[in-house]
Design a protein around this ligand. Structure first.
Ligand code: SF4
Length: 294
């Protein structure tokens, strides 16, 4: 297979299924990220930017790219305390930040909630790891990004297509409105932006591999039981039958989201921690009382 631009050996295909050599794939990928940033007005050069980092390929890719393009980034790692996973990705991220002189801030469940995720799971076999992990993670990202102008996440096209499908499936229409490359900061939340929104998981993997980022590509051991994986398999199957399906779905989803009838839940403040909450106390404080302090 030959690159459609220069006839050198192709290493990957674009979303439009055009073969590209290493050099042209790298510039195609970077061009796509830059276009998303400018089209959706995601970032400004003078903003203080926190990049939510897991140490995985997506967040490392967006972190290094923004740093290279002159944005003022700080890496923000939430350490859930997952043995043989987070300790490894944390080390990798520390190395990458050191090499590139990027500031890094680490915030842990243990330090902020009194227990690691592994510690909670060891005591409570009846709960799903991702349910509590997702709530605690959102809380710490919110609290730790308060002093930044914007929070960048490494969500890619596959993540977003899965989330859109899951929210539709569960009838969580109030969440659909908030989806897209940018969610504006309201109710005291920092604006969140997703520069990799139109890059597939495969493209990010190829890019990070070609850039030779020192990553082990290790997966969270709790991910396999997650419902999201089922949606991921379904979308991958569709994509293999009809290449470009995920992008097509996400574009149409974005176009139609605002037309959906949604019920906006009034946002109050948690009686315990004061964070924005739809109930009298937020989910994070409820979990803390039930799972950590019990
Ligand atoms: Fe947390 Fe689940 Fe993600 Fe693992 S897969 S980091 S448990 S949300």
């Amino acid at each position: 297979m030959r690159c459609h631009k220069c006839k050198n050996t192709a290493v990957a295909k674009s979303t439009e299924q055009k073969p590209l050599c290493e050099r042209h794939f790298l510039s195609y990928f970077e061009g796509k990220v830059k276009k998303t940033i400018s089209q959706f007005k995601l970032l400004k050069k003078n903003e203080r930017i926190a990049v939510a980092c897991s140490g995985g390929k997506d967040s490392v890719t967006v972190l290094v790219l923004l740093h290279q393009w002159g944005y003022k980034v700080t890496a923000l790692l939430i350490d859930e305390g997952i043995k043989n996973y987070r300790d490894r990705t944390k080390e990798e991220l520390e190395r990458i930040c050191k090499t590139n002189a990027i500031p890094l801030r680490v915030v842990s469940y243990k330090e902020k909630f009194g227990s690691s995720l592994d510690g909670i799971l060891a005591k409570r076999k009846d709960i799903r790891a991702c349910t509590v992990c997702g709530v605690f993670r959102r809380t710490l990202l919110h609290r730790s990004s308060k002093h930044f102008d914007v929070l960048v996440t490494g969500h890619n096209l596959d993540d977003e297509a899965q989330a859109a499908l899951m929210n539709l499936f569960k009838g969580q229409t109030s969440l659909l409105e908030r989806m897209g490359p940018r969610s504006s900061g309201e109710h005291g939340f920092t604006s969140r932006v997703k520069p990799l929104y139109f890059c597939t998981e495969k493209e990010v993997r190829t890019y990070s591999f070609l850039r030779r980022f020192p990553l082990s590509y290790v997966e969270c051991p709790n991910a396999s039981g997650a419902l999201r994986m089922e949606f991921s398999h379904a979308l991958n199957q569709l994509e293999s039958l009809q290449p470009g399906s995920k992008l097509h779905f996400l574009r149409n989803f974005l176009k139609n989201t605002k037309k959906l009838h949604t019920i906006t839940t009034a946002v109050r403040h948690c009686a315990i921690c004061g964070d924005p909450s739809s109930g009298a106390t937020c989910k994070s404080c409820q979990f803390q009382q039930q799972l950590v302090n019990a």
